[in-house]
Design a protein around this ligand. Structure first.
Ligand SMILES: [Zn+2]
Ligand SMILES: [Zn+2]
Length: 323
């Protein structure tokens, strides 16, 4: 493992020059959320265009994308492949729209496929019941749980569902223009999170697996319990899973070890600026989780508390900011 940083800071002009020399162009668009308030797609030039993620489905994002494509001398019709790092709205939002304009193939990891395909009313009902039970079990009053779920319903139009999909599996190699990307499945933030590792140029496209300022928020993924409770947890840390559900944080901590082992000069995240010192960031993050867990144990003492009560004992912030 090496520890020197090739780039001094995310603002180092060398970062932009380096990426342009490889035909890689970040495409940031604004998000209507407080945190994070923007999302990054990445365009890679080769024989046609390859996109990693897209943008939220709204007019402003679309206009920004159109302008950026024009500035780079490209059109949406040139897009041949779209790889989705994971199945969250702000990342797959307009993949369908670009697919309709270009005939591009859209790739996602099989474990996140269910998140982006059209939701049947039946599936919506099952999912709603699962999450409502989960929230009530975590200590939320029933009406608050209903409200929370209504918020996620209300923003569903932020992404267009996808019907024609290809699967991207761990270990797959993608050669495109000047880069060779290796697909890595790094479950945590979602089960089907994939990153793209470029070993020769020491780059990782990290989606929401590694973010510069906020913790990647490993989320409960309850439909995993009904769809396929397969064991994941490699490279062999925690023991067999006593619960038939995805243990996102435990899995996340296993997944960050795979990235910690990579020699990287640049991590290109799904939100925020490039990361030039991924090991420091991951060690800080591991410390943050350890610290949070000690605080939870201390808050519990010998009491019985619901997750909601615990979060109120600690503080009300549900996300982690390093700055
Ligand atoms: Zn996400
Ligand atoms: Zn995201």
């Amino acid at each position: 493992m090496e520890n020197h940083n090739r780039f001094k800071s995310p603002q180092d002009p060398e970062v932009g020059r380096f990426l342009r020399s490889l035909g890689i162009h970040p495409l940031p668009t604004r998000l209507p959320y407080p945190v994070p308030n923007q999302v990054n797609a990445y365009l890679i030039e080769g024989d046609g265009l390859l996109l990693i993620d897209t943008a939220l489905n709204d007019d402003e994002s679309w206009e920004t994308l159109e302008k950026d494509f024009a500035r780079l001398g490209h059109t949406f019709a040139e897009v041949r492949r779209i790889y989705l790092t994971h199945g969250h709205l702000d990342h797959y939002g307009v993949a369908r729209k670009i697919q309709d304009l270009s005939g591009a193939k859209v790739y996602i990891h099989p474990r996140d496929r269910a998140k982006v395909i059209p939701h049947t009313p039946e599936k919506q009902k099952t999912e709603k019941a699962l999450y409502q039970n989960y929230l009530v079990g975590a200590g939320f009053p029933e009406d608050e749980a209903v409200n929370l779920l209504q918020i996620s319903e209300a923003i569903r139009h932020h992404a267009l569902p996808l019907e024609k999909l290809e699967m991207a599996e761990d270990g797959e190699i993608i050669k495109w223009g000047q880069v060779t990307l290796k697909v890595m499945n790094l479950p945590g933030h979602t089960r089907g999170m994939i990153n793209f590792y470029e070993p020769r140029h020491r780059i990782l496209f990290s989606g929401d697996h590694i973010l510069p300022e906020i913790s990647p928020n490993p989320l409960p993924d309850l439909d995993a319990a009904i769809s396929s409770p397969e064991p994941e947890l490699k490279p062999g840390e925690a023991g067999p899973d006593p619960f038939p559900r995805f243990r996102s944080l435990i899995q996340y901590l296993v997944s960050i070890q795979r990235v910690l082992a990579l020699d990287l000069d640049l991590v290109l995240p799904g939100h925020g600026e490039p990361i030039v010192n991924h090991r420091q960031l991951l060690l800080d993050l591991a410390r943050f989780y350890q610290d949070r867990q000690s605080k939870i144990l201390a808050a519990l003492g010998s009491k019985e508390l619901t997750p909601l009560e615990i979060s109120r004992e600690l503080d009300r912030k549900i996300y982690y900011r390093r700055k």
